[in-house]
Design a protein around this ligand. Structure first.
Ligand code: OGA
Ligand code: MN
Length: 277
């Protein structure tokens, strides 16, 4: 049985994986189960200075599930997405919204299960990544809130997230945003495991059947409580660090940094299997 030497970071979120050699990514056949189990408990696993190659990471990630194919994006490595704000990156406009608390892929039919992010070039200052547990956020609700929220549904749009960055959109932006799929999700996700989490983040536009402003302030209040003092696991990157997180039970965001300087991250993403219900 594979063992991970884990050091808890906050009470609800994150663990450092100590004394871990990159060779285990491909050599340890029990590692995928150990990582999946630890993710269920800690949400985020940080492998400091792992210095693993994209190839070794992809080989390991394939054992966690089906990897999302990014071959339509640069670089050409199909299962590795480069995240940078360099203007030559065609997705820089879209990644600008990574600085708001979000869950990846809420506008897709099935949100990804696991993300694996590695720092290739770090920013001089800032650029940390923060995580907060949406399982803990549900558990922290009062009994009355749990009852009240049980049937609430939230509309998620691309426009909601883009408006946070682009306050005065051009007609072309508005048209492009309007062409994107809109998804409705319950506020409370009842996972197949039996655990419950909140479904929140920058894509949340409004609550179905509730006054728009009232719904928005409830969503903002829940986001603030989810990410309040003592609840955030913040990782300051060194080159070669790899972080693995459970996208279905956390919100995350990147902290401010100088976008004129390079910050290059490589991400692989394990597809989800469970619809939000
Ligand atoms: C992501 C993301 C944050 C970062 O890869 O989905 O939000 O720190 N990244 O680059
Ligand atoms: Mn993200």
């Amino acid at each position: 049985m594979s063992t991970l030497i884990l050091e808890e970071i906050t009470e609800t979120t994150g663990a450092m994986v100590n004394d871990f050699d990159a060779e285990r990514l491909t050599a340890d056949e029990h590692l995928p189960d150990a990582v999946s189990e630890a993710l269920e408990t800690f949400g985020v696993l940080i492998f400091p200075k792992l210095n693993a190659s994209d190839e070794a990471l992809v080989r390991f990630c394939r054992k966690l599930g089906t990897l999302i194919d990014f071959s339509h994006l640069p670089p050409e490595t199909a299962e590795v997405m480069e995240i940078s704000f360099d203007p030559s990156n065609p997705n820089a406009e879209y990644f600008a919204s990574n600085r708001f608390w979000h869950i990846d892929g809420l506008l897709d039919e099935i949100a990804p299960k696991t993300s694996i992010l590695t720092a290739r070039v770090t920013s001089e200052t800032g650029g940390e990544t923060e995580f907060a547990s949406t399982y803990a956020a549900y558990d922290d609700l009062s009994a009355d809130e749990k009852e009240l929220f049980a049937d609430l549904r939230v509309v998620h749009t691309f426009e909601a997230v883009q408006r946070m960055t682009y306050h005065d959109p051009t007609p072309a932006q508005l048209e492009e945003w309007a062409s994107r799929t809109v998804r409705e999700h319950p506020l409370v996700w009842e996972h197949d495991s039996g655990r419950r989490s909140l479904v929140l983040g920058a894509t949340a536009s409004h609550i179905v059947g509730m006054d728009v402003d009232k719904g928005r302030s409830l969503l903002a209040d829940l986001r603030d409580r989810t990410t309040g003092p003592g609840k955030v696991c913040r990782h300051s990157w060194s080159e070669g660090d790899t972080v693995i997180w459970d996208n279905t039970g956390l919100v995350h965001r990147v902290c401010d940094f100088d976008h004129a300087k390079p910050r290059v991250m490589h991400r692989s993403t394990v597809a989800g299997q469970e619809k939000i219900k």
